[in-house]
Structures are given as C-alpha cells and as structure tokens.
Design a protein around this ligand. Structure first.
Ligand SMILES: O=P(O)(O)O[C@@H]1C[C@H](O)[C@@H](CO)O1
Length: 291
C-alpha cells in the first residue's frame, strides 16, 4: 500500500490470492447486493462465505442492510460470488476502497458484474416496488472530479481514458426483459437512467426537481463507481435498481423517505429479484473453470 488512499496492483492481488487459497470456487459472475438485498445470495448452492473483517485488505460495511459478507457458490451450474453489502462514499471510504472488490473480482477471473441497488424514482410513471433495468447512468460525483480512476492509471486493468458509452450490456438487458415477461412481472419492470449522488442525505425538493429535469429516472448513492471500474477492466455489466420510494418533488407533499422504508420495500421484492437474477445467470453464456 502506497498511501492511505492509493491502492496498488499488489494489494488487489494479495486479497485475490488469499481468497483463491480459501475456496475452490472460481467465479465468472459477481453480484453486488444493494441495500436490503443481501438475500439474493441465498439461492447459491455449496456456499463458502467470508466476513469482510476476515478478508485481508477488504473494507468494512457500516450500513444497516449490508451484512458485510462475501459468498461464493454455484447457481444452476455457474460459479458466482455475491457481495452481501457494498461500500459507499458517504461512509467515509475513498472511491478506491469503494471499488476495491471489483478489481479483486477481476483477478479472480470474473467476467460479468451484476450490480443491484435501492433507489428513489423521479420518473412520474414509476411506482414503489418497480424494478428498473439500468440503461445508463449519470455519475454526479464523477462529473465533479470524484472518480475511482483518478491518479496514476494501472494499465494492467485498463486504459487511461475509458469510454463510458454502451456500458450496460444490451443483450443482457434484453434477456432480463424476456425473463420478466416469462415470469409475468413485466407490469412493474422499467428501463431507465440511474443517477448517483453522494448522499447520505436524501434529496431536497429543489434537487429532486433538478434531477427530474435532467432526465434521471432513479437516484441512489452507489453503483456508478463500481460500474466504471468494472467497465475499465473489461467486464460485462448489468444493473438493476429496485425503486424503494418515490422522490418527493412537490412542496405540497408531506411524505419523506427514510432508510427503514427503503429496507422494507427491498424485502418485499426480494423473491422476484432473486428469481430474475438467478434465471439471468443461468441463461448467460459462461464457461465455468474449476479450481
Ligand atoms: O447500496 P444501495 O445503493 O442499494 O443503498 C441505497 C442508497 C443508500 O445507501 C441507502 C439509502 O436508503 O440505500
């Protein structure tokens, strides 16, 4: 480790080597579970799980609804690793720490990253409990210069100036839509633009109106940095937002959001999301390696 915030290739490699020495699983798919969505990992067979506090170099989760465990296992013949709990910038982590697991996954051999999150909706047609397939994102901290790729570029992971168009894989988005249709849940499935804000506060009404005008469909406090780093190192990316609340846009509205309500809605849709993610992974074209 060079300085508090700078992480070098050997740091990622050390954590990856430790994990490879602790489990026989060799995952090709990684799933990051959003707030209250840790149970997505319950579908895994032959689980090997590790508390973040036991993994050398791993940051720690501090947010309720983020258990802080890495779970390896098999899903319909595909080897996966699930993060039960992610790291957010507002917890005080640097963006290199927030995205540390993504580069570790790359070194484990992961080729596809699935990100999930809880988000508030701006789109008028969305309802609480809707599932939004992420088509694209707006990375507000990134636009303001807070980027996990800041600093010397590590060419072993990817280029200095990575493109960020077409990052959310089109064929996986289509596959997800088809699965939702066959599950009979299309009526509450949307596709839209996710916007990352820094948090931890929820949006003021004026901020909500701004985001709405900008064409944001759903807003949250994560995901963009992980997606950026995954795409930089050549991973295929798919993302889902669970709409846990409608963002208040009117001064006449007396509603307000809180984290408990977010977790409550996550729980309500957990089974559907688990079925969707499981079926998506089972239909993916992946060659499994064995240890
Ligand atoms: O980890 P995610 O993005 O799902 O968490 C969202 C954003 C905040 O961390 C929290 C607010 O309730 O949920």
């Amino acid at each position: 480790m060079h300085s508090k915030d700078q992480i070098c290739h050997e740091d990622y490699q050390r954590t990856a080597d430790w994990l490879l020495s602790q489990t026989q699983h060799r995952p090709k798919v990684a799933i990051i579970c959003g707030s209250g969505l840790g149970m997505l990992a319950d579908a895994l067979k032959c689980q090997d799980s590790f508390k973040y506090s036991d993994i050398p170099g791993f940051p720690q989760s501090t947010v309720k609804g983020h258990a802080g465990r890495l779970v390896f296992g098999e899903l319909k013949g595909k080897t996966c690793v699930y993060m039960q709990g992610r790291f957010h910038m507002y917890e005080g982590h640097s963006l290199s720490k927030v995205t540390f697991p993504v580069r570790v996954f790359k070194l484990l051999g992961v080729e596809t990253l699935i990100v999930t999150n809880a988000a508030g909706s701006l789109a008028d047609s969305y309802n609480c409990g809707d599932i939004m397939i992420i088509r694209d994102h707006i990375n507000f901290p990134g636009l303001a210069g807070l980027n996990p790729l800041n600093g010397p570029n590590d060419d072993k992971f990817g280029p200095r100036f990575p493109p960020m168009s077409g990052v959310y894989d089109k064929s996986l988005r289509k596959m997800a839509f088809d699965i939702c249709k066959s599950m009979g849940v299309s009526q509450y499935v949307q596709e839209g633009v996710y916007c990352m804000v820094g948090g931890p506060n929820f949006e003021s009404i004026a901020e909500a109106r701004l985001l709405h005008k900008l064409g944001v469909d759903a807003v949250g406090m994560s995901t963009a940095p992980e997606v950026l780093v995954a795409s930089h190192c050549g991973m295929r990316v798919f993302g889902l937002s669970l709409i846990t609340n409608k963002v208040v846009k009117s001064y006449e509205d007396n509603e307000s959001v809180n984290h408990e309500a977010v977790l409550e809605v996550s729980k309500m849709r957990s089974e559907t999301l688990q079925a969707l993610v499981t079926e998506l992974i089972s239909r993916m074209d992946i060659n499994n390696n064995t240890a």
